[in-house]
Unconditional design. Sequence first.
Lengths: 320, 187
Amino acid sequence: MDHIHWGLLIVSYLFLGGISAGLFFISGLATYLQETGSPIYPRIARVGAMLAPWPISLGSLLLVFDLGRWYRFYKLFTTFTWHSPMSIGAWFLLLFTVVALAYFWAWLPGDLVARAAASVPRRLRFLRILDWPGREGLRRRLAAVGFPLSLGVGIYTGVLLGAVQSRPFWNTNLVAQIFLFSALSTGCATAILALCLGGTALDSRGARLLYGVDISLILLEFFLVVPYVIHGELSPLAAQQALRLILGGPFTFAFWGLFVGLGLLAPLLLELWEIRPLLLDRGEFHASRILAAVTALLVIFGGFVLRYVFVFAGQMTSFE
Amino acid sequence: MRERLGLKKKRWVIVLDTRKCIDCKACVVACKAENGVPIGQFRNWINGETGGDYPRLFASFEPEQCHHCERPSCVRVCPTGASYRRSDGLVLVDADDCIGCGYCIIACPYNARYFNRETRVVDKCTMCAHRVDEGKLPACVETCPTKVRVFGDLEDPKGAPRTLLSTHRYEVKKKQTGNDPHLFYLL
């Protein structure tokens, strides 16, 4: 009777939701880090704000079309079931997307909004309110409101799996945190990638922030993945059997080679290498756009593989 | 008095005397006919196990279906409340409120739920609630030729389930998941 009910659509949604949460988190952080009243990292804050609402919107669409009856998705928002992780998550998702869109609007370049407002036809002139001058003042407040929501979206994707006591591969108290830190890390990497593709290399201050945060997050992931495996091995038989899927079973290469190796270890070493001059105060910092883009792609790829392995492997495990 | 007025709480259960099971699958067929279960999908099934070395052999058959748990994890994870537990213990799905997300299918330790291909929502054993409410037996119980299945009210002190469970050793499946399953297997 064992079937896979949640497939690639769910994997993609968990992945895209995590990226948005991470983008918002890093952008909010950059908005808050100020020196004499102005942000130190305006480019990072803006790129995060510009991108944050979109991956999760796409992910939500995928989620809706994964439902047996997609047009009933509104029922998620006519009810609130406090004991269902999915119900809590749906509300987090909705609130986060609304705040992320408002935050996007607050960070839109002023001249762009002014030009757009000027070209609005007379009949739609109420839209000109979008060119409200107090817009920029909302950035910090929206970041403050969005912080807990982004963390909620990031961690709930793991809680969704971890709270299922019938699947021993998921049912540990570490899965939620692995998903959270991976979400923030992939968001951070997406910001790095966007800055690289934007045409200019990172300056040394920006690099110190983005790489510093990402290195911390990757290290945190190590501190969760290793105990996850060790603790699982020291758990009741069902958990040990579940771990066989990544210890010799069909997901061994994906988990250790693609996620831990290519998705955590390789970018960790590359990022440490990149900011070595900043850490050691020796040598010249020369941001390499290609290296930064490759590093970011590895982190993003690793985040996808993590979710792929967990969603599929988890459904294959059960109590005997 | 409460009993005569029909106010006493009921708790419908099935007790299975699996040694009587001959794997004829009449219960599976009766269920599909009664409930219109799509071809290739099942609300109940029989776990068969054979083993040993010739000529010392064994065969055992265990019918299984939804365990109508006291603390069902499927109901806990349902985001819309479409999965619910009736006061008489039956775990049911309101097909009009189900959005077909599949979370309950994954959360059930017994894999007792399935995604109905025709209705596009989640479906499961109802213990034939529509028959039980009319005072009839569930289809699988009524049809079983070897009387493996005993249906009744666990709260009734003189009822068949209570009598069987008082006078036999029995087990429930996968109770370590904490669902408190109520499908009883006599040993």
